[in-house]
Unconditional design. Structure first.
Length: 110
């Protein structure tokens, strides 16, 4: 019984890795679907997102070598806040590969 479960588990994991490699080998498949947009494309679609991206570009282009520590700290806080706003606009749920494997194992075993 255990050997049967282990062999099916190994087959599932191998199938998972093969399917991941097959989808990574064909990058044009992701760009063909206009419904799926990248994070920056979602941000550029909204007016708030354009403002956030332009401010982040301004901060990136700044010369920070002559700033005081307090100014740099305030700038870092602003960048964090802008990134949090961008994440709220972009949305999405992300699952790591390890979590996906654990979920699949739990589904199989239960």
């Amino acid at each position: 019984m255990k050997k049967n479960v282990c062999s099916s588990l190994v087959a599932l994991v191998l199938t998972l890795f093969i399917s991941i490699n097959a989808s990574a080998a064909n990058p044009s498949a992701t760009t063909e679907n206009p419904a799926k947009m990248s994070k920056t494309e979602k941000l550029m679609a909204s007016e708030e997102g354009k403002i956030i991206l332009s401010r982040l570009e301004e901060i990136k282009a700044m010369d920070k070598s002559e700033m005081t520590a307090k100014e740099k700290r305030a700038l870092r806080k602003e960048v964090r806040a802008l990134k949090a706003q961008a994440a709220q606009i972009g949305g999405g749920v992300y699952i790591s590969a390890g979590a996906l494997i654990v979920i699949l194992l739990l589904i199989l075993l239960l």
